[in-house]
Each structure stands twice: as C-alpha cells, then as structure tokens.
Write a protein that binds this ligand. Structure first.
Ligand code: FAD
Length: 516
C-alpha cells in the first residue's frame, strides 16, 4: 500500500539521455494505475556539452522502440551512413549495412527534445532541482526518497520527495554511485581525455560519415558533422593533457590528418576554447539490493552505472537499449514497493542487456587500444586492422555491424578481433614495411626475407599475446559481476559466452596451427 509520504511511484534523478527516455517509457507503458513519476534535473536550460552527438543505427532503432524517433527531427540533425578510417591520405570507406542509418546533432538540441517528450508524457512532473542526498528509511535502510534543492525564480528551496523506487541517471560524474553500490562500488578509470572543438563548414573525406583519423604517437581523432555548418572534432589526449593544446594539435595532429581537413582544423584550433571530457571505463555491476551488496529501493542507469570509451559513439545506444529492456521488465511489476520482484527484474535486466552492452563496451576499448596504439605489437595490430578493412566484404560488414550495434554479439566481436590479429601476422610476414633509419635519413621500404622469419615468428607470438591481453580482460569485466549464489547467472554465462568463446578459441587455435 502506498505510504502517505509517497506521492510518487518513481523518482528519476537526472533528465539527460537515460533519465528522459526512462520517464517517457514508464509513463507510456499501459498499466492498471498510471504511474506518478518525478523527473529531477539540476538545470533545464539547453546543455552545451561535447558528449552524445552521434547516435548509432542501433540507437536509432531503440529510440523508435521507445516511440521517441521524433526527437531526432527539427534539430538540424545529419544522417550518418557509415564511417571512414584514415591514415594520412590512405582512406578506407566503411559504410553501415544496407538499410541502416545513424544520426548526429548538437547534444543540447537533442536533449531539449527528449525533455519535451518527457514533459508531455502523462504523469511525469519535471522538476528543476539539484538532488543533494538520498533519503533512507530508518528501520530498513532502504532508499525511500531524495532531498533536493529546487531552483526557483528568486531563491532556492529545499524539498524532500518520496517514492517506492528511486532511479539514478545523473551521468558520468554521478554523486550517488558510491551510496547506491555500497561496498561493491567500482570507480571509473579514466583512460584518456577527448578535447573538442567545432569546425566551420569543414569538408570531410566522406560526406555524412563519421571519420576516424589514426595518428602515430598520438591518439585517434574523431570527426562528424553535427549541423548544416558544424563539424565536431574530438582529439584523444592521454593524461597528463599537454598545457599547450593548440601547439600539440597544430604540430602533432594536423600534419597526420587528410589534407582536405587541414585548413578547417587549423582555423578552428587557432581561435578555439577547447572543451575537455574524461574518457572513462566503468564496468556494470549487478544491482538489486542487499543480496548483491547494493542498496534497496534504488538503482543506477546510464553512465552512472556503466561507461565505455566514446571512440565508437555507443553510450547513448547502450542507454536507450537499456531503457527498452528496463521498460518491459518494470511493466511486469504492478507495485514497485515489492522489492523482491524489482530485484528479480534487475537481475534479468543485467543479463538481457549484455548482448548489446557487452558488444559495444568491449568493442570501444578494443578499438581504442588498437587505434591509440603506443606499442610495437599494437602497431602491428593497427596496421593489420586497417588492411583487414581494405579486404572489404564481410571484413567490413561484420565489424561495422558491431559498431552500428545492429549485431549484438560478443562472439562475433571475438571472431573479428582475432581474425584481425591473425591477418596482422600474415601482413607482417608478406607485406613490405617502412623502417625508420634515424634522423636525417629517409625511411626505407623493406620486404621481409627468409632471414627475418625467426624474428617475425617471435614477434607473431607477441602480437597474439597482445591481442589476448587486450581482449580477454575486457570480456572478463563483462561477465565477472555475478553473485556466487546466482545459479541462473552462471548458466547464462556458460551458454551465452562460455560456449561461443570455447568454440572460437578452438577455431583460432586450429587456424594458428594450420598457418604456422
Ligand atoms: C567526450 C564524450 C563524447 C561522447 N560522444 C558520444 C556519442 O557521440 N554518441 C554516444 O552515443 N555517446 C557518446 N558519449 C556517451 C554519452 O554522452 C553518454 O553515454 C550518455 O550521455 C549517458 O546518458 P546519461 O543519461 O547517463 O547521462 P547524461 O546524459 O549526462 O545525463 C545526466 C543528467 O543528470 C543531471 N544531473 C547530474 N547530477 C544531478 C543532480 N545531483 N541532481 C539533478 N540532476 C543531476 C545532469 O545535469 C544531466 O542532465 C560520449 C561521452 C563522452 C565523454
């Protein structure tokens, strides 16, 4: 029975990508009694951020399933038909699978559309307030509400709101992660930073395509058009971020970009205020209350719970897909005060989201390790990856479908990743390569001969080892977060991951034996 202090069924903290779509999804689900939802956001002004500007086709599909496809309209959004990867003037075209299209836009405009959709949804109160704390029940230590400071026209007002369920969607810098996760808290690891600028009327190597520029001894550079005249450039920089960013980009990055971009990038960098965001890694941890060491009455969604590298532009796609599954799960629960039912739902949600979320998460860091390569063996893999794409056919279709999130399969990702690793070795043995000969001397093109083979054989083993060391820990972070008592999770892991991984490992080992 509803507590007198509980005017809401659900409180959602944060009206960003996940929060707005969740509020809209819950309100739009037919139920016996319509839900009363409070969506709290610290600022309802249009956000101005360098995040969430390209939505992959898989994200567009999830948005359609949520009935929110109109939020992509009337914001000067740009169609995205695929990617191209460049190494100086060498360019590989990687179109999305036929019939699929992504969209890119100014983040703030898209968020305003999402907020309007949430505001219009029946039973949703959008409140401009900063949530300061979670309110715990004194008897059960369950979370029963939030304490917030409401932004009024003249001054601020402290309020307390209560609900059966509190959902935290306060993004990558979440203030409540620790409180919700308790002893199992897992802190984000920042791998690098993206520094963002906007280019005016830039010409990209392929129009309406995301562009990934690989550079030597610096991180990858990402470009995509986000409006009729605006193109976002994100430059990956490792910590410590150089104090002279302008000099770093002009001297180290620009000469390695395709020449078609030189003028617009130089102009943008000259007069720019750089924006910087951390590229963080945060594996998802099972939630659901005491059994899993987390709080009851509350759970996390979106970046507050799970983050991956933004290189592959997958964050919003994961968030929307999560909301689709969560909506269907919560639709089966009539009363959110029945925590046992919510806990069981969260457990199912955790595993049901894995095919897409794990694929996107692993791909983002595996590609980042390859494209941001700063070691010799990774450089071999990076060259092999570029050449793999040049083969065309399934060598493009497979990886791009994973990137687009139209295929949700860590096993397919495993297959292509190790196919790239073996192909990289083949390339190393058979293709001529440029060797640096020291200052003042021109690099020399060397074709491997028989005398190089012993050295190359050792290198091949190191390259495979490097591929394993990149991929398997990422896979492990996706499957290890289960409770030892959770028998269903163990079965899921065994069948969904264990079997394909074992099968592919056998194939990979066989291929290795046949090749060498
Ligand atoms: C550099 C960079 C580039 C990226 N580019 C892409 C991309 O191109 N494509 C893609 O799909 N993903 C991208 N991402 C990831 C994507 O931005 C996130 O996955 C997505 O925004 C997560 O949504 P969210 O709702 O969890 O958080 P957010 O969208 O950040 O929303 C959180 C909301 O909570 C509010 N809030 C925070 N604290 C409080 C509080 N105490 N009280 C009330 N409200 C609060 C905030 O104001 C905000 O509105 C990128 C990430 C980075 C770092």
């Amino acid at each position: 029975m509803a507590d007198l202090k509980t005017p809401y069924d659900v409180i959602i903290v944060g009206a960003g990508v996940a929060g707005c779509s969740l509020a809209h999804a819950l309100a739009s689900t037919p139920r016996r009694e319509p839900l009363r939802i409070a969506l709290l956001e610290r600022s309802l002004e249009e956000p101005d951020r360098i995040v969430g500007e390209l939505l992959q086709p898989g994200g567009v599909m999830a948005l359609q399933q949520l009935g929110l496809e109109e939020t992509l309209e009337e914001i000067d959004s740009i169609p995205v038909h695929g990617y191209c990867v460049t190494r100086k003037e060498n360019i590989v075209h990687i179109p999305y699978p036929a019939g699929h299209k992504g969209r890119s836009f100014h983040h703030g405009k898209f968020i305003m559309n999402l907020r309007n959709a949430a505001k219009k949804a029946k039973g949703v109160d959008v409140i401009e307030a900063t949530v300061n704390d979670l309110i715990e029940s004194e008897s059960s230590q369950q979370i029963i509400g939030v304490a917030a400071t409401k932004k009024n026209a003249k001054d601020s007002e402290n309020i307390s709101l209560y609900a059966h369920l509190v959902i935290i969607a306060d993004g990558c810098f979440s203030n409540f992660r620790t409180k919700v996760m308790g002893p199992r808290v897992c802190n984000p690891v920042t791998k690098s930073y993206f520094v963002g600028v906007i280019l005016d009327d830039a010409t990209l190597p392929y129009r309406y395509h995301g562009t990934v520029c690989l550079t030597e001894s610096a991180g990858p550079v990402l470009l995509y058009q986000i409006g009729s005249h605006d193109t976002r450039m994100l430059v990956d920089v490792k910590a410590p971020v150089p104090s002279d960013l302008k000099g770093h980009i002009l001297k180290k990055i620009v000469p390695q970009l395709p020449s078609v971009l030189h003028t617009s990038v130089t102009d943008a960098v000259q007069g720019s205020n750089f924006r910087k965001m951390p590229n963080s890694f945060l594996p998802s941890v099972m939630q659901g209350g005491n059994e899993f060491g987390t709080k009851e009455g509350v759970f996390l969604v979106g970046d507050a719970w799970n983050m991956r590298h933004p290189l592959t532009g997958g964050g919003m796609t994961v968030a929307f897909n999560d909301i689709v599954i969560l909506r269907d799960m919560l639709a089966q629960i009539q009363d959110f005060s029945h925590w046992d039912e919510v806990r069981e739902g969260l457990r199912r949600w955790h595993w049901d989201r894995k095919p897409l979320a794990s694929t996107v998460n692993i791909l983002s860091f595996a590609l980042y390790d390859l494209f941001g390569a700063d070691d010799d063996n990774l450089e071999v893999l990076r060259t092999g990856c570029f050449k793999y794409f040049e083969l065309g056919g399934e060598c493009i279709n497979g990886p791009v479908s994973l990137l687009a999130a139209t295929i949700q399969s860590p096993a397919t990702l495993f297959y292509h990743f190790f196919a790239v690793a073996f192909y990289s070795i083949w390339v190393m043995f058979t293709h001529a390569r440029l060797i640096e000969r020291g200052p003042g001397l021109k690099p020399q093109l060397i074709t491997p001969s028989f005398t190089d083979y012993p050295f190359l054989l050792i290198k091949a083993i190191l390259v495979i080892w490097t591929a394993v060391v990149v991929f398997l820990p990422l896979l492990w972070t996706e499957i290890r977060w289960w409770s030892p008592n959770d028998k269903n999770a163990r079965t899921t892991i065994l069948f969904r991951y264990g079997m394909p991984v074992a099968a592919l490992a056998t194939v990979a080992f066989g291929a290795f034996k046949l090749t060498f």
